[in-house]
Design a protein around this ligand. Structure first.
Ligand code: ACO
Length: 431
């Protein structure tokens, strides 16, 4: 993978230099391999936020932010969104190829038969305050899986790694639904093996003892699509967190729990919850102009949630797909949501405003996903949990890839120290 091309970096003050090879992947810009830079020149590199830094090689997902391209294992997201299902996409992310029918049947069977939570884990929930945020419960419950399955937690063993992937993808909806039901005081539901992945989740979320639940195919289709769109996104903050924790040799459940906490932040997966809160605050289309003005004001910390992306500087291809789905779902479910009017006015106003156009701030996937979740009856606090269910497939695919890569090292960035120079300790009475 190393190109014959070399970048030469000379430190003129010390006359030390480093010859740095270029590494190319299948697609995307070549990277300068700076592995020998410190040894050759005595310098580190500085890139807070990792705007110019590739942290790993990976064969899972490719993004071209300028062209608005997203590929899972080479397949365009538009094709997967139209033709595939979330579970098939999860198989693809994990295994690198689309499954043959028999392979998919085995995978689906394995997932279906690992959906139950350990009975003792159910008691775990009773310890949470009744109004605990579902993301707090989710992170704790997923970390606790390592306390239930410690017998097959050898991270060096491929069979154990595979089992962890199956368990995580299978149990995530069960745990997520338990978080929701605990927060509203409903009895937890066992997973139904006769239902498919997304229907099973909707059943665990919304079934009540007093009346049968009519599962809505429109809701299931929309949720499946959202799960596909959220399944992976290369080295984003939460996936990088999973890899950093994974690099220490930590078990998969601990690594994924760390990813969940990273996802929670409003600059990342928490944005879908923040979008809804912001649309509610804006309230009516008449207030959109003021909101846009505030977002542009450098003295105001207010940002338009659901706009902008670190990587997509053209458009977010997921947002294009989801925008269409959003209108379809609202029409088919007969939802007339005034927040959608606010959202559409906001989208229109921002897209023609010079500030947003110059900075290439387009609506991202979270801008629309929140509105769809709301239409499906999912409460705002659960939005990031929904994201986590889908992203678990990507996280665990990356965690496995990391462990399958020979020569992986613990992640350990360096720093530019800006604190006090060396000084001597002064006794208390001399300070
Ligand atoms: N509203 C108003 N201004 C914005 C916004 C926004 N949503 N996003 C960026 N800007 C402005 C910044 O103020 C900055 O302006 P300047 O150049 O005049 O200083 C410029 O655009 C570049 O912004 P950065 O913060 O440097 O962009 P970065 O790539 O670091 O941040 C991020 C990306 C975090 C997504 C940012 O756009 C943001 O906070 N958006 C809102 C939160 C959001 O929707 N997050 C979801 C991301 S998608 C996901 O995780 C699934």
């Amino acid at each position: 993978m190393s190109d014959s091309k070399i970048v030469k970096l000379v430190d003129e003050s010390s006359n030390r230099s480093s010859e740095l090879p270029l590494i190319s992947g299948t697609l995307g810009p070549a990277c300068i391999d700076i592995g020998t830079l410190y040894k050759d020149t005595g310098h580190f590199t500085y890139d807070p936020g990792y705007g110019s830094t590739a942290s790993t090689k990976s064969a899972i997902t490719y993004i071209d932010g300028d062209e608005g391209v997203l590929l899972y294992r080479g397949y365009p997201i538009e094709q997967l969104a139209e033709k595939s299902s979330f579970l098939e996409v999860a198989y693809l992310l994990l295994n690198g190829e689309l499954p043959k029918p028999a392979e998919f049947a085995t995978f689906e069977h394995d997932i279906t038969h690992h959906t139950m939570m350990h009975e003792a884990q159910k008691n775990f929930f009773q310890g949470f305050h009744h109004d605990a945020h579902p993301m707090a419960m989710l992170a704790a419950a997923v970390a606790s899986l390592s306390a239930f399955y410690h017998d097959d937690l050898d991270v060096e063993n491929p069979a154990d790694r595979k089992m962890a992937a199956i368990r995580l993808i299978a149990k995530m909806p069960t745990i997520a639904a338990a978080c929701f039901r605990y927060s509203i005081g409903w009895p937890m539901r066992y997973p139904r093996n006769n239902l498919e992945y997304v229907d099973r989740f909707l059943h665990m979320m919304f079934e009540v003892p007093s009346e049968p639940l009519q599962l809505n195919p429109v809701a299931a289709k929309a949720l499946d699509l959202l799960f596909i769109l959220h399944a992976d996104h290369e080295q984003n903050a939460s996936t990088s967190t999973v890899r950093l924790v994974g690099s220490t040799g930590a078990n998969p459940y601990a690594s994924i729990a760390a990813g969940i906490t990273a996802l929670w932040g409003p600059a990342h997966g928490g944005a879908n919850e923040a979008v809804l809160k912001q649309l509610k605050e804006i309230g009516t289309p008449d207030n959109v102009e003021t909101a846009v003005k505030r977002a542009k004001d450098k003295n105001d910390s207010f940002r338009l949630m659901g706009f902008g992306h670190r990587v997509y500087k053209n458009f977010d291809p997921r947002a294009k797909i989801i925008r269409e789905m959003c209108h379809k779902v609202l029409a088919e479910l007969g939802v007339n949501d005034p927040l959608l009017d606010v959202a559409m006015k906001l989208e229109e106003a921002a897209l023609k405003d010079d500030y947003f156009v110059e900075r290439k701030l387009y609506p991202n996937v979270d801008f629309y996903s929140g509105i769809i979740y709301k239409a499906l009856g999912i409460p705002t606090e659960m939005f990031t949990v929904m994201f986590a269910i889908a992203r678990t497939s990507g996280w665990i695919a990356h965690w496995i890839e990391q462990h399958e890569t020979p020569g992986s090292r613990i992640g350990r960035p360096r720093q530019i120290y800006t604190g006090a120079d060396v000084r001597n300790y002064t006794p208390g009475d001399k300070r």
